[in-house]
Design a protein. Structure first.
Length: 340
């Protein structure tokens, strides 16, 4: 993928961040967070429901300050609670009742915190507290996705050489089954009419497990006569086995002389069976947890490689564009080899 920043910014580029949309009709715009009075310092004090789906802006005034938020869910959904734009190391915790913790997240440093769970209808609470470093403002979101969907979660765009638009996004699978190679189509629209045939977008992941995510990416020079972009995802149940995870043993990040960022390291097969076509996926995310880029490939370069039980192999994921990553994820897996 070409490196950005070496070409004239096209006059039509300003339309891109406000135009990307879902088949369901959700515009991918970034709304300003809602500012509110100081959140309650106790769980019992959090009696007013906070807005779901929207970013909320708050502040931890001191190292001992604690903020509680109440969210009321009318139905079963997949919830992604995100704590971002952190000045220091803050912690996010999810509760049912005040004495019933469900999960927590503390990634360290000023990395965003995230909790994902499928939750039934009911009242839930988020607790924000300080761990170390600077205190100050933050943003919080209680995002929900309906069951049995495979749709957009976040996206990022940038302009490359030759007026090329680079689009990377992330799908979330809330089905109870795995999805293999979800189909993503890109439409350039003027009004409600497509100005050209839909363009297939490469899905970086081979498969999205139930409850999992898959990035997609595309580089393209768009047609001049359009006013918005539409992204449609189509998912079907996988006919493959569920991939088996590989253990990431070591990793390191570096930038070479050409400005390419590398995430390299080793993985080990602790699955108890021989693994066929081992694969690694690295995703980069900004301070609000939104995907900014993704890279994937076989381990090692030979896609027909197998890993015996306990065997270790190396990987190297390359990023030509690595826009201010706040946090990254490395996922490695493979399929059970035949004749075992």
């Amino acid at each position: 993928m070409p490196r950005p920043g070496r070409s004239r910014r096209p006059t039509h580029a300003r339309r891109l961040p406000v135009a990307l949309a879902l088949a369901a009709g959700l515009l991918l715009t970034t709304a300003a967070p809602s500012f509110a009075a100081d959140a309650p310092d106790t769980c019992a004090g959090a009696t007013t429901p906070s807005a779901r789906q929207a970013w909320l802006a708050e502040t931890l005034a001191s190292a001992s300050d604690v903020d509680w938020f109440l969210f009321q869910k009318p139905s079963t959904t997949t919830v992604i609670a995100t704590l971002g734009k952190l000045p220091g190391n803050d912690r996010l915790a999810l509760y049912g009742a005040c004495d019933a913790p469900i999960a927590s997240s503390d990634a360290g440093g000023n990395a965003f915190e995230e909790i994902q769970r499928s939750l039934p209808a009911g009242d839930y609470r988020l607790r924000v507290s300080h761990v170390a470093g600077a205190t100050g403002s933050y943003q919080l979101r209680f995002l929900e996705r309906a069951p049995d969907t495979c749709g957009y979660l976040s996206y990022h765009v940038w302009i490359g050489p030759g007026d090329t638009w680079n689009i990377v996004g992330e799908l979330l699978n809330t089905h109870a089954v795995d999805i293999y190679r979800p189909r993503v189509l890109l439409y350039f629209l003027k009004g409600d009419t497509s100005v050209q045939a839909p363009i297939p977008i490469h899905t970086v992941s081979r498969e999205i497990v139930a409850g999992g995510r898959a990035p997609f990416k595309l580089s393209i020079e768009p047609p001049p006569d359009h006013d918005r972009i539409w992204v449609n995802s189509q998912c079907a149940p996988s006919q493959w086995e569920t991939p088996l995870p590989l253990r990431v043993m070591t990793w390191a990040s570096s930038v070479d002389l050409a400005g390419i960022r590398h995430f390299s390291g080793t993985v080990r097969n602790d699955s108890g069976v021989r693994i066929y076509t081992p694969w690694v996926l690295v995703t980069l995310h900004d301070s609000l947890g939104r995907i900014t880029n993704a890279a994937a490939g076989p381990i090692p370069a030979d896609s027909n490689a197998e890993l015996d039980i306990g065997e270790t192999a190396t990987f190297d994921a390359e990023f030509f564009h690595h826009h201010a990553a706040n946090r990254f994820r490395i996922v490695a897996d493979g399929f059970k080899a035949v004749n075992q």
